[in-house]
Design a protein around this ligand. Sequence first.
Ligand code: KIV
Length: 297
Amino acid sequence: MTTRPRKPAPGTPAPGKLALTELAELKARRQPIAMITAYDAPSGRLADAAGADILLVGDSAAMTVLGHDSTVPATMDEMIVLTRAVNRGARRPLVVADMPFGSFQISDEKALGNAIRFLKEASADAVKVEGAGATLSRVRALVGAGVPTMGHIGLTPQSATMLGGFKAQGRTAEKARRLVEDAIALEAAGVFALVLEAVPAPVAARITELLSIPTIGIGAGAGCDGQVLVWHDLLGLYEGGSPRFVKQYADLATEITRAVSAYVSDVRERRFPEEQHTYSMPDEELALFESWTTDRV
Ligand code: KIV
């Protein structure tokens, strides 16, 4: 009998890919999880090379990449294109696709159909949904069908208007208690990790202690099991002003503007292209070509 190389069974992580189950082990070992958003193949490749554990193809793409004022306009088709591109660049990190507004709010069936699109058309490893309440039933439907699902509570940008704008959540004892209840309910519904956004640090730390799944904080203090930042905020690429919880590690907008201005003035001053940027041809071919074109001028 000949032995043929075996393909991984459907649903088996690709070789080298971080397994979903390793996240809980990282929490147990108190080893912080590094998550970052990514929106294309280069950001996927660079974040992978930098050692990120999870890449979130966030619907923040609507603002950072597509130029909208909020995350609401992001569509499934746009998010699929971006997720597929991130997947082409990234190998080890888990790639989580953010379910955009309208893709999961209508019904469990619509949510499942859209989540399956992410897995089949964009090879996403998991999806993320915002909120608790009605979202709990969606999470049960997705997880029940075998779709790894990440939760997201606190400041949920898709419902920012209902939350009174982009501001911290859970700042009264009562509101903090509701966040704890939502977190516990989402864990019971089956999420494998939970994003806590713009939540007071002591509340996020308490939720982290109470859950056995990892919490990933953004503006939620150091007590979470992991942290996430938006690619453009971290690199200084977003011109719309960043929230106070952002730590900017580079100023790429300034660097890019400097480089592109240098190129523009080189073109205008005829300093570019130089000899090393151009192609030549054999002398005899050039002579033939010139005699041919000279005859026709
Ligand atoms: O869309 C996004 O980038 C997010 C993160 C802020 C968690 O949801």
